[in-house]
Design a protein around this ligand. Structure first.
Ligand code: CO
Ligand code: CO
Length: 371
């Protein structure tokens, strides 16, 4: 990709807004706003709002002190800056809606992002506007990744894998989950990750691995343990999210068996992915492997989630998401089996749907190897 794609994305959004019968989309700082504009603002007590509407330049309501960020944009904007005097803020919001002709009709917001703080300013400034769920328009846009986004995601996967390889010699009996997670974070930055990691790594030893979202503890590694690590890197705002499970020595036969089943389920998922198949069908293929082996009740989460600028985004590889896959979609496939009190195994890959089928950004060995 040359230059920046933001204007094109805004034009695509305008078409989607018309389809959803929305006059505009109102966004606060976050992945949607940065996707459309390249702008990053901190989410803080001073509200920042971007309004996107067909046939006009993006509208920004923002603190005067943030105006500098708009200077380098490659597209024109309409700006409504406010001072440090809070009493002027409601009027500034009102001006933004009135002077742009948006004081009526339906305006989309993103329910999982917009805060009550912004919503109260919006509702007071445009009392005749119906603020409705605009997630669909935004997701339809972000769900298909372009070549530049795909490259960033591949790079984020490579960095995550290199970062793990680099700390591998440190993994010895006695190291704690926290120490290993901290080493991995440092290694992710050494390998080239951007500062904002998708999430703090999950490192869980032994029975802790039976909790899919365990936070690292002071538990030390010993000779006969499962080691489950779930980690990711960030490149240009795009994430990777990978899980592998290892062992440190001889292991309970049943844990070896669940590792074998999870690996087959992961492979079944990757083999099922192709344009046209529904997310729910991919989930079914994966779940069937685990159910048929008798461990269905221990696979306690969906098969995967969309991945991109967010660690969880559309589409969801779940029984209730019937989105047909298209080339350019990216998501995880991450089956797991968790035996309470004993241990768990998860194998998570980052998948790109291609015209021919799929490609996995992640390719570290998947079998339960000895570390
Ligand atoms: Co993960
Ligand atoms: Co994940």
């Amino acid at each position: 990709m040359k230059k920046n794609p933001h204007l094109k994305r805004q034009q695509q959004l305008h078409r989607l807004l018309k389809r959803e019968k929305l006059n505009a989309l109102a966004l606060n700082p976050g992945p949607d706003l940065s996707y459309l504009t390249g702008l990053d603002f901190h989410l803080m007590e001073r509200p920042v709002l971007g309004l996107f509407s067909p046939k006009q330049d993006p509208v920004f309501v923002l603190p005067e002190l943030e105006m500098g960020k708009l200077a380098d944009l490659s597209f024109p904007t309409q700006t409504f800056p406010y001072s440090e005097d809070r009493s002027t803020w409601p009027q500034t919001f009102q001006d933004a809606f009135q002077q742009t002709g948006l004081q009526r009709g339906r305006v989309g917001v993103i329910p999982r992002r917009l805060r009550v703080l912004e919503l109260q300013f919006l509702e007071a400034a445009a009392s005749s506007v119906d603020f409705v769920d605009g997630q669909k328009a935004m997701s339809a846009l972000r769900i298909l990744k372009d070549q530049h986004e795909i490259k960033s995601m591949q790079k984020a996967a490579n960095i995550a894998q290199q970062a793990f390889q680099a700390i591998r010699p440190l993994i010895k009996p006695g190291i704690t989950e926290k120490e290993m997670a901290a080493a991995l974070v440092g290694s992710l930055y050494d390998a080239g990750s951007d500062p904002g990691l998708p999430f703090f790594p999950i490192v869980s030893f032994g029975s802790n691995s039976a909790n899919p979202h365990a936070a690292p503890t002071d538990r030390p590694l010993d000779e006969t343990q499962i080691v489950l690590i779930d980690w990711g890197a960030t490149v240009d705002g795009y994430y990777s999210d990978i899980t592998r499970t290892w062992r440190t020595g001889n292991m309970d036969k049943e844990l070896l068996e669940i590792a074998r089943v999870v690996q087959i389920a992961n492979q079944a998922g990757r083999e099922a992915v192709q344009p046209g198949i529904l997310c729910s069908e991919v989930d079914r293929c994966v779940r069937e492997v685990i159910e048929n082996s008798g461990y269905g009740e221990y696979f306690i989460h969906r098969t995967g989630h969309g991945l991109g600028r967010e660690a969880h985004e559309e589409p969801y590889i779940a029984s209730d998401d019937h989105t047909p896959l298209k080339a350019g979609m990216t998501f995880t496939i991450e089956p797991g089996i968790y035996l309470p009190g004993r241990g768990g195994v998860r194998i998570e890959d980052d998948i790109l749907v291609t015209e021919e089928g799929c490609r996995s950004f992640t390719d570290l060995p998947r079998e339960l190897r000895v570390l």
